[in-house]
Design a protein around this ligand. Sequence first.
Ligand code: GLC
Length: 513
Amino acid sequence: MKNPWWKEAVFYQIYPRSFCDTSGNGIGDLEGIRSKLDYLHWLGVDALWISPFFSSPMRDYGYDVSDYCGVDPLFGNGDSFRQLINDAHARGLRIIIDWVPNHSSDQHPWFIDARKDRNSRCRGWYVWRDGSPDQPPNNWRAAFSDRPAWTWDAHSQQWYLHLFLAEQPDLNWSNPELVAEMMDTLRYWLDLGVDGFRMDVIHCIGKDPALPDVPQAVAKIPYCALNDHESTHQHLQSIRSLLESYPGDRVMVGEVFLLNARQVAAYYGQDDELQMCFNFLPLFTSWDAVAWRERIDEVNTLFLQQGHWPTWALSNHDQPRHRTRYGGSEHRARAAAFLLLALPGTPFLYAGEELGLEDAEVPIDARVDPGGRDGCRAPIPWSAEPPYGWKQHDNWLPWPPDRGERNPEVQQASDTSILQLYRSLLAARRNHASLRSGSFEWMPSSKGILFWKRELAGDFCYLAINFSDQPQRLQYEGALRVELSSQRTNEGFGESPGMLAPDEALLLIPKKD
Ligand code: GLC
């Protein structure tokens, strides 16, 4: 049976504010994304995940939605989105969009109505509790601050729940009217032709109606990293049925921000909930062979062997970029591309990693994000000279380091750039079915190296990564040749790889005689 498209695809995450500005206001927009579709097609990714571009007061830069079906004028309008999706589809690129079902903006008409009084139409669409103004209903913590996840509404004399900012009140998924409204927002975008959704903190939508305190030992952890209630699974089953009522294998990938792979795996259900989950443990794993082997084994056991299709991401808009986390080295950034693109599962690139970008250093007075995530959201430089393909020099955030070299203009012109390496790896995935959906097997290797085999119907690929700072010998039986190295140029390829340089990665294939 043919795999659904999303099992063989490579996704590319775009944070719209930071991608490309065509209007000249220092903030990227949908037209900017459209203007780069040829670049993305050239690069060889298959699908885009576009972070929120919906109407929003931007307290959490779009993750505070005030109209689930509206495009914020900062980014364009409904027509710009329709054009974007048509032009992407014309190039064979799919589009999934963010959906933020756990909370709305406090400026959403639903919350404005809910706040009016205790009997208003939308009151029950949010989570309210009685109490005294100095004692929140439980000990849950909000994200981005060391504050309670509750705000006292003096007007109606009740607390409302918000797992994030006070301007992001939590929606009440035990209210059937709210659920019906949210399902309609999915229909709206499905009808417009989106290929699926990335679902924001999806594990949080169902909550224990008793709202019990968490144990004291975890009371400092934001509650959004702890909530794991059975009612979410029923909601996901309904959402899955809705997606399946549409043609074309619409997909949902969920942000299940629980730092326990077993708990994350439960959100695949019996293949009737999320088709894919983000798994954050690898993203928080350092550049170390032993640590990575453990993460990969865990994914094999808890996901693959249970029939759950894994995802792999090293960076996103919420965490420092992996090149920065791994110490800034170009060699590691290059080797990391092999790790991301050659394990069983669907890889998610974060825009700019193909250029080897690091986080921008953002001075305190230039920081704008309540969660301090500014560095990884720096604008993408497109050309070598200021303003680097943007309309002006001063954009909503400062530039990342080495923008004069880490941009497509310079790197497309160089055969040895990290951008060309990503492109070659993406091409290798297209040429080798084993890399996309083959089996996975560890090969014996010395300390500091991870060495594995992928196989599908007679197609074999071998991957070797040296995580250490010493040259290492790679032992194997049979004749292999280097198809791609993270460090050597084509001229340097020998018949037998023998030695791996520090932080070097190789893609090897059987030698034909
Ligand atoms: C998710 C998003 C993050 C956002 C939060 C609240 O974790 O990735 O950017 O701030 O949800 O919506």
